[in-house]
Design a protein around this ligand. Sequence first.
Ligand SMILES: CC(C)(COP(=O)(O)OP(=O)(O)OC[C@H]1O[C@@H](n2cnc3c(N)ncnc32)[C@H](O)[C@@H]1OP(=O)(O)O)[C@@H](O)C(=O)NCCC(=O)NCCS
Length: 280
Amino acid sequence: MHTINIHVIPPHSTQHHAEGSPMRASLAHTVNSPRFYIALAFLVAVLAVTVAEFSLGIVVTAGGNSDSNSKGQLSTMASFSVVSVLLSAYLCLLVYNSIALYYFTFWLSSLKEDLGDVAAWYEMCPVHPEAQEGNSNEEELEPTGPKAFWVAEVVSPSTAQPEIVGCISLDSSPPSLTHVSQYELRRMIVSASHRRLGIAASLIKVCEAHAVANGLTRVMLRTTQFQPGARKLYKEKNGYKEVGEQVYHAGIGLGSGWKWGRAKGISVFTYVKEFGTQCK
Ligand SMILES: CC(C)(COP(=O)(O)OP(=O)(O)OC[C@H]1O[C@@H](n2cnc3c(N)ncnc32)[C@H](O)[C@@H]1OP(=O)(O)O)[C@@H](O)C(=O)NCCC(=O)NCCS
C-alpha cells in the first residue's frame, strides 16, 4: 500500500503522454473522420496510378516507343506527383491542426503562465525561507490567498523515496461574460502508473477545503470530451454540475477560414460546484 501525502511544493516531474492521453484521443478523433478517409483514399489512388504510369513508362521506353509518348507519360506522372504532394500536405495539415492548436499552444501558454513560475503565479511563499536557500526546486510553499498549487507525493514502501505523482491548482479565472471573477480548478493530472488509487479525489478534497477556508462559495473547471475519466470523477464522484459546452475548431492559416481544412471540433465542458454561503 502506498502512502499518499499532499505537499504544497512546486512540481518537478514532467507530464508523460501516458495511456489515455487526451492528445492521442484527439488525434484519433481527427483521423477518424470522413474527410480524412476521403483524402487518404485519393492519395492512395493517385500514388497507385503514378506507380502504374511509371512502370508502364519503363516498359514503353524499353520497347523503344516514340518520344512524344514518353513525354506525355512524364507530364502525366508529374501531375500525379503534384496532386499526391498536395493531398499529403492536406492530410498533414489536418493532423497538425488537431494537435497544434489544442495541445502545443496549450503547453506553450502553460509554461508562459503558471507553470513557468508557480510561486509567483499562485502568490505562494516559502514555508521555511531560511532553510531553503539555494535549493529552490525543493522549496516548500504555502498559499497566501485562494490561489494555490498542490502536488501529491507517494512514498514507496520499498525505497522510502518520495515521488510526485499528481497535481492540481486553484487559480483565478478571468471574468466571464457575466463579469464575475471565478476560481477555477486547473492542472489536474495523476501519473499513469498511479491512477485509480484515489489520488485525484484526495487532491480535489484538499483544493475544495482550501477554497471554502478562503471564503469561496463556488469553483469551476473545464475539461474536454477526450477526458471521460475526468468527467466521471468530477460529475459522478464529486458533485460537479455540467453547466456548459463549447465547441472549439482548430485551424491555422488556410485551415482557419476553410471548413475542410479545420480539424474536427473539440467539445470543452464547464463544470461548477457550489459550496453555499460560507462563514470565514
Ligand atoms: C482524470 C485523472 C486525474 C483521475 O485521476 P485518478 O487518481 O486516477 O482518479 P481517482 O482514483 O481519484 O478516481 C476517483 C473516481 O473517478 C472516476 N474515474 C477516475 N478515472 C477514471 C477513468 N479513467 N475512467 C472512469 N472513471 C474514472 C471513478 O469513478 C473513480 O472512482 P473508482 O476508482 O472508485 O471507480 C487521471 O486519469 C488523469 O490524470 N488523466 C489525464 C489528465 C486529465 O484528464 N486531467 C483532467 C483535466 S480536466
